[in-house]
Design a protein around this ligand. Structure first.
Ligand code: UDP
Length: 235
């Protein structure tokens, strides 16, 4: 499968058309941006390959567990064929422990385990800085239907259980993560990526951060952290 026109270029990925209108090719970049793209930009050498291969590895496991995804075929280190979905403009965040904006907003110490997984929705709008939005707001504004949001919620908690278990196997604690869904052939499927860019991953024993927070907060050894996740998963 060959790349056609560049359809979209974001902070971390380029998306190309293909001869098949139902398929796209995603190309993962080493570029990284934090704090909604404006405040901090950089490069993490090798990140594109780690994120591509980890996403594909996880999406295949999710498929085996009954979660439909956009994954079709890995083409190379950085490139993957995916289904051409209509992205629902909501970031779905699941948290197992407190961190990031949750810790800040509610003044909760980082790393505090939550009684049960929490779910948040953010409206995907760079100009607004991806604000929190309730399910009722999103439905009222015609971003999503009640039926879709119920399906998304069910999938999101199922994905959390599968991902948590898969990462625990390699001594990684899943603190939180962000996922996105799309519409495809009348249903909802998982799209975008699951990677150290979109998850908080801590070493299960030492709580060492193995994710994008190393870049966000200048903790050093950013490349090594991404490589470590890659190696531990046996990719
Ligand atoms: N996240 C993401 N993209 C975003 C915002 C958040 O992938 O635009 C991920 C982030 O890496 C973390 C989780 O979602 O794993 C929860 O992020 P949080 O709401 O704490 O925001 P942040 O602290 O990243 O601003």
């Amino acid at each position: 499968m060959e790349k056609g026109d560049l359809l979209y270029e974001g902070k971390a990925k380029k998306v190309f058309t293909t001869i098949d209108p139902d398929l796209l090719i995603v190309s993962y970049k080493d570029d990284v941006a934090a704090f909604d793209g404006e405040l901090k930009k950089g490069t993490i050498v090798g990140k594109g390959a780690v994120n591509n291969r980890m996403t594909n590895y996880i999406f295949k496991i999710l498929e085996q567990n009954g979660i439909p995804t956009h994954y079709v075929q890995e083409l190379s280190d950085r490139e993957t064929v995916v289904k051409h979905v209509e992205i629902i403009p909501l970031e779905v965040i699941i948290r197992n422990a407190s961190a990031g904006s949750f810790s800040k907003r509610l003044n909760i110490e980082e790393g505090r385990e939550l009684l049960q997984p929490a779910l948040e929705l953010c409206y995907k709008d760079d100009a607004l800085g991806d604000p929190l939005i309730s399910d009722y707001d999103a439905i009222a504004l015609e971003k999503v239907t009640r039926k879709e949001i119920d399906q998304i919620t069910e999938y999101a908690f199922q994905i959390n259980e599968i991902l948590k278990e898969e990462l625990a196997r390699v001594d990684i604690k899943l603190v939180d993560f962000k996922i996105e869904f799309g519409r495809y052939e009348g249903g909802i499927i998982l799209a975008d990526e699951i990677s150290p860019d979109t998850c908080r991953l801590w070493d299960a024993r030492t709580n060492k951060k193995l994710d994008k927070d190393r870049f966000r907060h200048d903790l050093g050894n950013v490349e090594a952290a991404y490589e470590e996740v890659y190696e531990r998963l046996g990719l």
